[in-house]
Design a binder for this molecule. Sequence first.
Ligand SMILES: NCc1[nH]cc(CCC(=O)O)c1CC(=O)O
Length: 313
Amino acid sequence: MAFVKKYRIGTRGSPLALAQAEETRTRLLAAHETALTADQLEIVVIKTTGDQIQDRALSEAGGKGLFVKEIEEALLSGRIDFAVHSMKDMETTLPPGLIIDCILPREDARDAFISASGKGLADLPAGALVGTSSLRRQAQVLNRRPDLKVGIFRGSVETRLRKLAEGQADATLLALAGLKRLGNEAVITELLNVDDMLPAVAQGAIGIERRADDDDVAALLAPISDSVSLARISCERAMLAVLDGSCRTPIAGYAELVEGNILYFRASLLAEDGSVRLDASGRDDIENAVKLGERIGAELKTQARGAKLSFGL
Ligand SMILES: NCc1[nH]cc(CCC(=O)O)c1CC(=O)O
């Protein structure tokens, strides 16, 4: 069956967002070969409130939703047909009428450490400043190296690399996935394994949001969705939903496929200053991805209450 319509792909305008929209377009054209032509896919850039906030930590300004609201409005009003997102930046609930059931094959989810001196995280001198606005990265850095300092570091991947080069911090952390998509891997000092820096929920995953009742777009997207990536992200996001991941809580979670059809899931909750770290992990069949995430989320919640951490849980 050939597709006849033109489709408008909504995205933010950052270089990373544009690269992800372009990847989606390329995958769609490859998946549909003769049934779809390049001129049927138009990329539409949507400016979001979040893109305009440069001076505060995202968590203080109002959270993840700020990057997504205008894009979801464009979907609901029909101005665009589907939207490409970093799943890491998405809330666990979507507005009524919208759905994400298409996840592209997930990129490597690890964090990259980048220092001006070329020293790794373990070798930075005491007192060195690690610039990152991610509470999850701040808390894990301080948990491992209480002698370091952390500070807010915002802006696009390019802006942060420029700030580092200017000496505004001694080191920073960025998702490997973003650096790869921008062709910037050469700047990496050290790749952190997930035991040393547990990734953010859904880090490295691109998801495509659409109107739930749009069967034509559903058929268009179906062949580019990766079922294992979708299960991993569903597990991680189910954990986040249980903890109701308030933006002020450092939370990490990583699900991976081990031994055939088994998902192995690790999650952590930290105090902002890194002084406390709670861990939980478990395994289940990939079919039970959501249940596994919910179970680990509930376990962390119980631990947090027992530890009397002020997570509001
Ligand atoms: N919050 C910004 C953001 N959202 C997604 C990515 C990277 C790409 C990804 O995780 O898929 C980044 C930058 C970063 O954390 O380094």
